[in-house]
Design a protein around this ligand. Structure first.
Ligand code: EPU
Length: 342
């Protein structure tokens, strides 16, 4: 089947295409429905300027009201069981598929494994970029292959998990921001299902827990209940999920902080570093539930910055900066923003 000619639009509003609900317009805009459409887009004069690869817009801060470049809106659809062996199902999805709808579909098909990542906003293609993680699972643990186009030379790539350089909220794709356009992702879902219940609140949510009847759908439902309790729905209150990464500190820094703050939540890592809870640090600084202009800190989870109505990118960044200053002054820790700032 021949691919449809990609269509260039000019001066396109981005307000509804970012979950923080920030105002913005793009000089150029094209929806990509098939990888083959890229070849034509690469010949456009607009290709030579700035580019932004846009998925669900749930990890994005439009710092300025005008993006003087070309937005590539990834709308590549499709999902299929592409292979199966004695041990696993291999499920492939187009990068433009909605993440939660995809997780929900895998569960309905009887292929468990992604249930801990239910209800995360965004697209399938964005999942490996920041290695989405929640409630004891990172997507890297279920990832089999990423298909991408290297925008530097137009080459089509198939990368296995090791080639993706996954780390906490990090990957090869995030490191080389804008270079790789992910077109499809394949997940390996083991047939011997083992629930991931290491996250204490998840285990509590499933209490009383009967291993005989526990299934992936019940885990997904529990994850959804926790998320709805703690995280704002972007459709109701603009936000981009966790605004900062949880900081990693060395053992010495941790020992000093823990002596001063015995209640400090902490998660020892395999490499000897210790992950701290940015939400806790922010709450200690008194920012939870507070506003700075039209941007605010969510009442139930201090790691989430929200648009109280009418905020612009500069308002959100001003609030983020004030929080970073406060945490640095009190704890000596620099918080790193998690979303892409454009
Ligand atoms: N905490 C506070 N105050 C707060 C928020 C958290 O004291 O306002 C404390 C909690 O009591 C807990 C600790 O901080 O002891 C950790 O909190 P929580 O379990 O809520 O998770 P998180 O570390 O704040 C991370 C992810 C979330 C993910 C949850 C659950 C990052 C940057 N965030 O948050 O991911 O849903 O764990 O696994 O790693 C996202 O990335 O957008 C996101 C929501």
């Amino acid at each position: 089947m021949p691919v449809a000619e990609p269509l260039l639009s000019r001066d396109v509003p981005l307000d509804t295409l970012n979950t923080l609900g920030l105002p913005g317009r793009a000089a150029g805009f094209v929806a990509i429905h098939a990888p083959a459409q890229l070849a034509a887009v690469r010949t456009w004069p607009e290709w030579q300027g700035r580019r932004l690869i846009l998925g669900g817009g749930s990890n994005l801060v439009l710092a300025s009201d005008y993006f003087a470049g070309l937005v590539l809106h990834i709308c590549i659809a499709g999902r299929e069981l592409c292979a199966e062996d004695a041990d696993a199902w291999y499920v492939r999805a187009g990068s433009g598929e909605n993440w939660h709808a995809f997780v929900d579909w895998t569960l309905a098909q009887g292929w468990p494994g992604l249930e801990n990542l239910a209800l995360i906003p965004g697209t399938v293609g964005a999942a490996p970029i920041q290695n989405i993680g929640a409630y004891g699972l990172e997507v890297a643990e279920r990832l089999w292959q990423v298909e991408a186009i290297d925008l530097d030379d137009g080459a089509t790539l198939r990368l296995d998990r090791a080639a993706c350089d996954f780390a906490y909220r990090d990957s090869r794709f995030k490191q080389a921001a804008g270079r790789y356009l992910i077109t499809a992702v394949t997940f390996r879902l083991p047939k011997r299902w083992q629930p991931v219940l290491g996250y204490a609140e998840l285990a509590r949510q499933l209490d009383p827990l009967d291993p005989a009847t526990l299934n992936a759908r019940a885990v997904a439902d529990a994850v959804i209940a926790i998320r709805q309790r703690k995280l704002p729905d972007p459709a109701q209150l603009g936000n981009a999920g966790s605004f900062f990464k949880n900081p990693l500190v060395d053992a010495t820094t941790f020992a000093i902080l823990a002596a001063a703050y015995p209640a400090l939540p902490h998660y020892p890592q395999a490499d000897g570093t210790v992950k701290l809870a940015a939400g806790w640090l922010i709450e200690q600084c008194g920012w939870k539930g507070k506003n700075l202009g039209p941007a605010g800190v969510y009442e139930q989870q201090a790691l989430v910055l929200v648009n109280r109505g009418g905020a612009r990118g500069t308002d959100v960044l001003r609030l983020a900066g004030a929080i970073q200053d406060a945490v640095r002054a009190r704890f000596g820790i620099s918080l790193e923003p998690e979303p892409l700032i454009v």
